[in-house]
Ligand binder design. Structure first.
Ligand SMILES: Cc1ncc(COP(=O)(O)O)c(C=O)c1O
Length: 432
C-alpha cells in the first residue's frame, strides 16, 4: 500500500505498535469501569463506598494534601490520559500528513460524541478551545444590540464574563444591569429574582445565565428563567462551563438557544477543549467569525476560527465521554452532592459558619461554599484559605465575586473520600 493510502487509524495502530503501547492500550480499554447496575438507583450508588473505591482506582491521586479544589479543571482518568498520550504521540509522529488528511473527519467524531451526550444534532455543536472562547465569540459577534439597549448579568456569573459584558456596554453605549441574587436561595427565589429583573429592565436584549455558579455551586433553574426571557424577547446565553458532568442534564432540558461548555472540567478531557451550542435556526443574530462565511446561517463552526490547536486533546474527547458515561452521570452527580452534604449538614449547625448558595436540593450541586460568619472581606477569606491549608491540610480556594462578599469554595471529585470530607468538617468545627 502506498503511503498516501494509509489511513489515520492504520498510522495510529502502526505508531502504537512501534512504541509497544498498543497492548497496554487494549488492556486499559478492557478495564474501564463496569456500567452501573441499572437496578441500582443513583441515590443508592452515591453511598456505595465499594463502587467509588473502584472508580477511584482509575485516577492517579496526589498525596500530601486533601485537595477540595476540583472546580478549576478536571483530572483525566488513567485510560483517558493513556489515550491522550498515545494520540499526542501519533500527532507528533504524523504531523501535517495526519492533520491535512484525517483531522477534519476525526474532529467530527469529537463533535458527534459531544452532541450525542447533550442530545442535540451534531450540526448544532462546534469545537472551541474552552468555554471562554465560545462565550466571547457569541458576545462579540452578537448583532442584536443598539445604543441604549440593556444587557443583564448576575453576581453569581463567571467574573471574566461579567467584565467582558461591562466592557461591551462601554463600547456600544449599552445599559449594563448587574443583578444581585440572595447569598442563599432556592429555585423559586431565583426564578422570582430573574423575573423581576427581566420585566423591570428597559430594552433588555441579551442576558447570560450560569447553569452552575463557579462561586458557590448554585444551580439556576435555567429552563424556567429562559422561558420568561423568551416571552420578553430577550436572548439568553447559558454558561454550562461548570455544570456539564458535575450535574447530569441534556440540552433539551435547559430550553436555551445558545450555550457554552468546556469538556476539560467535569467530563475529564485533556485541557484545551470546549464547545459551542447554537440551536438550528438561531444563527442569524450571531455573525460568523470575521472573515468566515456562512450565507445560509447554518454553520455553527463558522462562528469560531479554531486555527492550529491541540489536535490530540480533541481526539481524546470520545474517550473521556465514554469514561464519564461508564461511571454514570447520574451516579456522579448524586455522589458529589452526597459529599457536599457531608460537610454542609454539620456546618449549618455551627454558629460561626455561614454556608452559601443552595437552600433546597434542586439548587445544590457537589460544589459548595462558606465563610466564617460576618467575615466576607477578601483578606479575611484569603487568611482562612491559608489556615485550612497550613493548619488542617485541606486545600480550597477563595472566591470573591458574590454581591454578599468573599467565600471559600469547596469542590470534591469522584475520588474524594468521606474521610477527606470529615477532615474539612473537623477543621470547620475547630475554627469556632
Ligand atoms: C461558570 C464558569 N464559566 C466559565 C468558565 C471558564 O471556563 P474556561 O476556562 O474553560 O474557558 C469557568 C471556569 O472555571 C466557570 O466556572
Amino acid at each position: 500500500m502506498s503511503a498516501h493510502l494509509v489511513s489515520r487509524r492504520q498510522l495510529l495502530q502502526r505508531s502504537l505498535a512501534l512504541s509497544g503501547s498498543l497492548v497496554s492500550a487494549r488492556a486499559l480499554a478492557n478495564k474501564w469501569p463496569a456500567l452501573p447496575d441499572p437496578n441500582v438507583s443513583a441515590f443508592e450508588l452515591a453511598v456505595d463506598e465499594g463502587y467509588w473505591r473502584s472508580v477511584s482506582a482509575f485516577y492517579k491521586k496526589a498525596a500530601g494534601i486533601v485537595n477540595l479544589e476540583h472546580g478549576y479543571w478536571g483530572k483525566m482518568s488513567i485510560p483517558v490520559e493513556q489515550s491522550y498520550i498515545e494520540l499526542t504521540e501519533m500527532v507528533n509522529q504524523q504531523l501535517s500528513y495526519y492533520a491535512r488528511k484525517d483531522w477534519y473527519a476525526d474532529a467530527q467524531e469529537a463533535v458527534t460524541s459531544i452532541a450525542d451526550a447533550l442530545k442535540v444534532a451534531a450540526d448544532e455543536i462546534a469545537l472551541t478551545r474552552n468555554a471562554t472562547e465560545a462565550m466571547h465569540n457569541l458576545l462579540f459577534q452578537y448583532q442584536g444590540l443598539s445604543p441604549g439597549d440593556s444587557v443583564l448579568w448576575a453576581d453569581i456569573d463567571y467574573p471574566a464574563f461579567k467584565r467582558t459584558m461591562a466592557a461591551i456596554c462601554e463600547q456600544k453605549d449599552l445599559n449594563g444591569i448587574a443583578l444581585e441574587l440572595p447569598a442563599q436561595a432556592n429555585q423559586q427565589q431565583l426564578i422570582d429574582a430573574y423575573k423581576n429583573a427581566i420585566t423591570g429592565a428597559p430594552n433588555l436584549k441579551l442576558m447570560i445565565l450560569t447553569h452552575v455558579s463557579n462561586q458557590h455551586g448554585l444551580i439556576l433553574p435555567v429552563k424556567q428563567i429562559a422561558a420568561i426571557a423568551k416571552q420578553h424577547g430577550v436572548d439568553v446565553i447559558c454558561d454550562c462551563a461548570q455544570s456539564w458532568g458535575l450535574i447530569d442534564f441534556t440540552l433539551p432540558e435547559l430550553g436555551v438557544d445558545w450555550a457554552v461548555f468546556n469538556v476539560h472540567k467535569w467530563i475529564g478531557a485533556p485541557l484545551g477543549v470546549g464547545a459551542l451550542y447554537m440551536r438550528r435556526g438561531t444563527l442569524e443574530k450571531v455573525a460568523p467569525y470575521p472573515g468566515e462565511s456562512d450565507p445560509d446561517n447554518s454553520k455553527v463552526s463558522a462562528r469560531i476560527h479554531m486555527a492550529t490547536a491541540n489536535f490530540a486533546a480533541f481526539l481524546t474527547v470520545p474517550h473521556a465521554l465514554k469514561f464519564h458515561q461508564q461511571v454514570g452521570p447520574a451516579a456522579k452527580m448524586a455522589r458529589l452532592r452526597y459529599l457536599r452534604e457531608l460537610w454542609v449538614e454539620p456546618a449549618r449547625k455551627m454558629a460561626h459558619i455561614e454556608v452559601l448558595g443552595a437552600t433546597d436540593s434542586a439548587s445544590a450541586s457537589g460544589m459548595g461554599s462558606f465563610r466564617l460568619a460576618g467575615q466576607s472581606q477578601r483578606e479575611q477569606v484569603n487568611t482562612l484559605q491559608r489556615r485550612l491549608e497550613e493548619e488542617f491540610g485541606v486545600f480550597t480556594v477563595g472566591r470573591h465575586d458574590l454581591a454578599s462578599g468573599s467565600c471559600i469554595r469547596v469542590t470534591p471529585q469522584v475520588f474524594t473520600t468521606p474521610t477527606e470530607i470529615r477532615q474539612l468538617s473537623n477543621a470547620l468545627a475547630q475554627l469556632g
